[in-house]
Design a protein around this ligand. Structure first.
Ligand code: UDX
Length: 436
């Protein structure tokens, strides 16, 4: 099938390449000429396992192309819209500038019978607002939210755990759902749940899923706060409650909390939208979820200060991690970098290392010192803080090895990812988040 993908960021670039990899003929369109050039050369513009391979394969096969020219969307059966919906500069609501621009730019090239499938995360009601403009061309607008996780984006796109499609009522909606079943044929053939809803439900599914995940993380972080004043261990608590199948252990990792380009902005946009709808109180708890989350960054900084006898001024602190999570070079709203920046603000001599995110971190926070090599970064540190749980720190960093590099023996485990007993046995003072 011929497909166009408008917006080639994290979502769009992966979607375009993944759709080509399952046999479609795909044109990726973005306003950023540099990004388009890079993608056209088969270079992934960001770190995402597996993306490089499917990009190269797609371009070599001739099934995948990139352009800045919206006119090339003409002739595609389905037009996916995967542009960003960042938080507004002066508030919590989502900024829909790029969605509106993508739709308006696409309108002149739509043909009757085309399908426009929104993938961006949008406030509920957006699709209904856009529908008249799209329908005036004879095309149909549907909403097909994306649940991909960075680091697993290729797998999540080709083999998702569910597909959700919001369609308008009537025959056009039925036809649209049938077309999308064809688009996603490998996943549909293997029995992946394919859920057809109305437009509003599909938009809400996405924000509800992210709100739930954020709530789960902040729940365990709230328990960590209680553990901290009672001497309890939040990791044991999470293991114990996680055995209850109704609760489940995943997303009960207490630490410095969630960040990234989705969860923080999505829960804020959801609050803002609920207030517009006169139902602010229904999701008022999301403000609390946000506040708990941000407090954990303060806690990591406070722990570090306390561990260094009350001041970090002119102390050498090595910060292990900059990305908002492992297997990603994304530093958007990264709790890891936030902690590094705050320690530096308190006068610490901060050295940051990360296996993938240094380049992005440096352009955002040039005031920090970056060292590529982990062991070089650790040299002469008075204290070490783990803020992104890369395997390089979690599994491949024996305490005895680190002892030979650092000046001090203080380790702060901002992700509760280290073996506390092993570090203590090697003579280190270990501090976890919500652990004794
Ligand atoms: C998230 C959703 O998972 C995905 O479905 C949606 O499409 C986009 O937003 P992503 O932002 O890639 O995906 O990251 P995710 O793996 O959900 O992690 C989000 C943040 O939560 C990270 O900062 C991570 O470190 C943190 N986290 C996750 C925890 O602090 N504890 C946990 O137990 C799990």
């Amino acid at each position: 099938m011929r497909l166009s993908v408008i917006g080639c960021g994290y979502l769009g670039a992966v979607h375009a390449a993944a759709m080509a990899s399952i046999g479609h003929d795909v044109i990726g369109i973005d306003v950023d000429a540099r990004k388009v050039e890079q993608l056209s050369r088969g270079e992934a513009p960001f770190f995402e396992p597996g993306l490089q391979e499917i990009l190269t394969e797609g371009i070599q096969s001739g099934r995948l192309r990139f352009t800045t020219d919206m006119a090339e969307a003409s002739g595609a059966t389905v037009h996916f819209v995967g542009v960003g919906t960042p938080q507004q500069k002066d508030g919590y609501a989502a900024d829909l500038t790029y969605v509106n621009a993508a739709i308006d730019g696409l309108l002149p090239y739509l043909n009757p019978g085309d399908l426009v499938a929104g993938k961006s995360t949008v406030p509920v009601g957006t699709a209904a607002d856009l529908t008249p403009r799209v329908e005036a061309t004879g095309a149909t607008l549907v909403w097909n939210p994306e649940f991909l996780r960075e680091g697993w984006a290729v797998q999540d796109t080709i083999d998702p755990d569910r597909l959700v499609v919001g369609v308008p009522a009537g025959e056009a909606g039925e036809r649209a759902a049938a077309t999308l079943r064809e688009v996603y044929h490998p996943a549909v053939a293997k029995g992946t749940p394919f859920i057809v809803t109305d437009l509003a439900t599909a938009e809400l599914v996405k924000v509800a899923a992210n709100a739930f995940l954020a709530t789960k993380i902040s729940f365990i972080n709230a328990m960590a706060e209680i553990a901290e004043v009672t001497g309890a261990d939040v990791t044991q608590l999470a293991d114990a409650i996680g055995h209850d199948a109704r609760i489940g252990r995943r997303f009960l990792g207490a630490g410095i909390g969630f960040g990234g380009g989705c969860l923080p902005k999505d829960i804020r946009a959801f609050s803002a939208r609920a207030e517009e709808l006169g139902r602010g109180e229904s999701v008022a708890f999301l403000r609390e979820i946000d506040a708990i989350n941000l407090r954990r960054r303060d806690r990591a900084v406070d722990l570090t200060v306390a561990a260094l006898d009350g001041t970090v001024f002119e102390k050498k602190i090595t910060v292990l991690g900059a990305a908002f999570k492992p297997h990603s070079d994304d530093i958007r709203d990264s709790p890891a970098l936030d902690v590094a920046v705050r320690l530096r603000g308190l006068g610490a001599n901060v050295t940051v290392t990360d296996p993938a995110a240094i380049e992005n971190a440096r352009s955002r926070h040039p005031q920090l010192t970056y060292v590529e090599d982990r062991d070089e970064a650790l040299r002469d540190a008075d204290a070490v803080i783990v803020v992104t749980e890369w395997d390089e720190y979690r599994r491949q960093m024996p305490p005895e090895h680190v002892s030979a590099l650092t000046a001090g023996r203080i380790i702060i485990d901002g992700r509760n990812c280290l073996d506390a007993a092993a570090w203590r046995a090697a003579g280190w003072t270990y501090y976890g988040m919500g652990r004794p």
